[in-house]
Write a protein that binds this ligand. Structure first.
Ligand code: ZN
Length: 252
């Protein structure tokens, strides 16, 4: 009994302190380099004094940049796509949950297709930050694919217009609060071995599985942001087959 008291009343405060410290440590990776260390203190001071390393628009060729769109969650969007060397470049096309480009995009070549009954392997309902997140795998640190909620936030807090950057069609999203902006090129998509509708529409993956039918254990779709010159399709039910190659614009 004495030992139990010791455990409960002497150790408990220490256990509580330890777990708080762990939470602080986990959340201490301010600069997104994967480590919580002294450089994060510098990054934190920089954020307090200067608003951090985030920019209102892409400033130079040292991509990727964090763009501050004044979003309520503090989410910053990247200036360019995964695999792109400038904001208007299309970059790579990725099937949902895959982290490499390939020559043929269909169910037969899809890594997470189970091949039996038109269902897919379950790799999670939100793949952000996992081994299936191409933004996280390619760029590291705290870069991840945007969730459905983060794309929703982008649309709720930005105006957007169809425009052209260096002769490339796409849609520019401009913050309603701070004037920051990003450009998403209309990169089209890759189905089978064809690139289709490049310049015609943009189709960007979220990290979120599309659970079209409640109870369906391994859905075949994921939520995407789709736009062309006329409008943006985004009503929290826009989805695409996971096997199709789409663009990815990271956030952090
Ligand atoms: Zn940039």
């Amino acid at each position: 009994m004495k030992k139990l008291f010791f455990t409960l009343f002497v150790m408990l405060p220490f256990m509580a302190v330890t777990s708080s410290a762990q939470i602080l440590f986990d959340r201490g990776d301010v600069n997104g380099d994967g480590n919580a260390d002294i450089s994060d203190v510098v990054a934190l001071v920089n954020i307090i004094l200067n608003g951090g390393d985030a920019q209102l628009t892409c400033p130079d060729n040292h991509h990727p940049h964090m763009i501050d769109l004044g979003l309520p969650s503090g989410t910053k969007w990247a200036c360019c796509n995964v695999g792109a060397d400038k904001p208007e470049a299309y970059g790579g096309y990725y099937a949902w949950g895959e982290t490499e480009v390939k020559t043929t995009y269909n169910w037969n070549t899809y890594n997470h297709y189970d091949g039996s009954s038109n269902t897919c392997h379950n790799i999670g309902r939100d793949i952000a930050g996992t081994q299936y997140d191409v933004a996280h795998v390619k760029w590291g640190g705290s870069w991840v694919m945007p969730s459905r909620e983060q794309i929703n936030e982008l649309l709720n807090n930005c105006t957007h217009e169809w425009t052209t950057v260096n002769s490339v069609n796409g849609r520019k999203f401009t913050s309603k609060t701070n004037g920051g902006s990003i450009f998403l090129p209309a990169a089209g998509e890759r189905g089978n071995s064809e690139l289709s509708n490049a310049g015609g529409y943009g189709d960007y993956w979220s990290s979120t599985l599309y659970e079209s039918y409640p109870g369906e254990s391994d859905p075949r779709g994921a939520v995407d942001l789709y736009f062309y010159s006329g409008r943006v399709y985004w009503d929290r039910s826009c989805s695409s087959s996971r096997s199709v190659g789409h663009s990815v614009r990271p956030v952090r």
